[in-house]
Design a protein around this ligand. Structure first.
Ligand SMILES: Nc1ncnc2c1ncn2[C@@H]1O[C@H](COP(=O)(O)OP(=O)(O)OP(=O)(O)O)[C@@H](O)[C@H]1O
Length: 531
């Protein structure tokens, strides 16, 4: 009996559901039209509320005139009807909660949140003594006046398009940042947002962003010759993806990379990365070195002297790992002469109509970590500034196949010489820094912010005059750093080239006295060919 009753209830429910589905199928066109008409009416009403009184009359007159004209045309009323029907059906085609989570009509709670946000914006946008009868932002105003579109996700505003008055100084970074900080605080902390200011139309678009992936370890990336992966970013800016393995995931995922191009046609041949302590600038250089070693040779100068590049010493393709001032000066003097030699050699080959020799085409990378420390030492000892020796590779590196990447901390950034600042057009900023600081390095403040607790390797990149991109550098720890994860360290170990000779006393037996310099012989300067 019980079982029969349950089955009959289930059958009844099934029948009701089938009946409802059939009825909905039959009524579907009507529902779509109804929904479309409701949305159009809502937008019309919002437009009416938003538009200043003196502009309503002329617009209505223009619409009415078009209507009368269409009415008088042959088949005009029919075309008008069909057009209206089509528009209504188009706008009604999506259900109330669209695929992106947007809704036609906000709930009472959502309305309250929008109103609270609107009121918080009033002091920023309202003009004192505004003569306008219905200003966009006023203490007695409603959000419908200023908010054109909004998206709620999990009860929080995750997308907003708002109109601001023309009197707002949107050209001033400080004024814009004040509004961005307020919006970020009021719509939910702990998230990062993209802000797009349309200064022409006085519109501000805010979108909550997904965090960038942090579980990408060092690995051979799919790149063309001359391409180097700086890290990974959002799909909205970069439309290319590369397959990438994530820690603990068997299958690769497609992720948009920040791809840096070097070589004869590159306009950003050299890179400068600035970060806060522990933000991952040394890891970025290690990541560049591992990628560069696949196709060229690398010379490393570690001004910090912390031994973070010791694992590269005495490896195939690594010309030297210098941690002392004398070692750095010798290495950089050689790099300057090598650039000269390559230039001359390439020039002679071109004059003779021959191909550029292989040893000139093979990329040479000069990676300098914390040059400010060396500059300071050189000044106190009255020796040549190592950054001055970088001038030649920086100025002529593009034609000579030499790339320079410099990493420095914000505290040492003042010590960066004009050669480094002038010729490094690929820029990276890492760490939790203010948009002003990011703008100071990249030449433009990011459109996103504010990242509060950023993981190591997180920051922004800008290539030349391109857009400022969010960046997450792949985890590339020093294999000897016991604070880093074992899997990440193993990934780096696997990518390191074979040692030049068998296991010996190791690179820590230094030549320069710091205890960190590698015992690798730099190739003799090719004197005689360079001059
Ligand atoms: N992209 C990254 N992903 C995960 N961990 C990272 C990343 N970059 C750096 N780290 C970790 O953060 C710590 C600091 O990294 P790193 O030494 O590269 O920073 P730094 O900017 O050179 O700072 P410092 O010179 O003060 O050490 C290390 O433990 C490193 O493993």
């Amino acid at each position: 009996m019980g079982r029969w009753a349950m089955r009959s209830r289930w059958n009844a429910r099934k029948a009701v559901r089938a009946g409802t589905d059939s009825a909905l199928d039959v009524l579907h066109p009507l529902l779509v039209l109804g929904r479309g008409a409701h949305r159009l009416a809502g937008w019309g009403l919002a437009w009416w509320t938003r538009t200043p009184r003196e502009r309503r009359g002329p617009t209505l007159f223009a619409v009415a005139a078009c209507g009368v004209l269409l009415w008088l045309l042959p088949y005009g009323p029919m075309l008008m009807g069909l057009g209206l029907l089509g528009t209504t059906a188009w706008y009604g085609r999506q259900s109330a909660a669209g695929p992106d989570g947007s809704r036609a009509a906000p709930t009472a709670v959502e309305r309250a949140r929008l109103q609270a946000l609107y009121e918080a914006l009033v002091p920023y946008f309202a003009l004192e003594g505004d003569p306008h009868p219905e200003p966009l932002y006023a203490y007695d105003g409603g959000w419908e006046r200023a908010f054109e579109e909004f998206v709620f996700r999990d009860g929080r505003i995750s997308g907003l398009l708002l109109r601001y008055p023309p009197s707002f100084r949107d050209g001033e970074l400080a004024a814009r940042l004040r509004v961005e900080r307020l919006l970020a605080a009021k719509t939910g902390r702990g998230r990062e947002y993209r802000f797009c200011w349309d200064e022409e139309c006085n519109l501000l678009e805010m979108t909550a962003l997904e965090p960038l992936p942090t579980r990408i370890h060092a690995q051979p990336f799919v790149t063309a010759p001359g391409e180097t992966v700086l890290g990974f970013t959002d799909g909205c800016e970069i439309h290319r993806t590369v397959p990438v393995h994530f820690l603990g995931e068997p299958a690769p995922r497609d992720v948009p990379p920040v791809m840096w191009r070097t070589g004869p046609r590159s306009t950003e041949q050299h890179l400068l990365a600035v970060g806060t302590p522990g933000s991952g600038t040394s890891s970025l250089l290690r990541s560049l070195a591992l990628q560069a070693l696949g196709r060229g040779e690398v010379l490393i100068v570690d001004g910090d002297g912390g031994g973070e590049f010791a694992s590269f010493a005495a490896r195939h393709g690594v010309l030297g790992v210098e941690t002392t001032l004398p070692g750095a000066l010798t290495a950089l003097e050689w790099a300057a002469r090598e650039t000269e030699r390559r230039l001359l050699s390439a020039g002679r080959a071109r004059q003779r109509g021959e191909n550029v020799p292989e040893d000139v085409r093979r990329p040479l990378w000069v990676l300098v970590d914390r040059p400010a420390a060396l500059t300071h030492l050189a000044r106190t000892e009255g020796r040549t500034d190592p950054q001055e020796l970088l001038r030649m590779p920086l100025r002529h590196g593009r034609a000579a196949g030499v790339t320079v990447a410099v990493a420095e901390q914000f505290e040492g950034a003042e010590e960066l010489g004009d050669a480094v600042l002038t010729f490094t057009r690929a820029r990276v900023v890492l760490g939790a820094v203010s948009p002003e600081q990011v703008g100071g390095v990249l030449g433009e403040a990011p459109q996103t912010g504010p990242p509060l607790g950023v993981p190591p390797g997180r920051g922004f990149a800008r290539l030349g005059h391109g857009p400022v991109l969010r960046l997450q550098v792949p985890a590339t720890p020093d294999p000897q750093d016991e604070t880093a994860g074992e899997a990440e360290r193993n990934a780096v170990r696997e990518l390191l080239p074979e040692p030049v000779r068998g296991p010996g006393p190791g690179p820590a037996q230094d030549r320069g006295g710091s205890g960190q310099s590698a015992d690798v012989q730099l190739p003799a300067p090719p004197a005689g060919r360079a001059t």
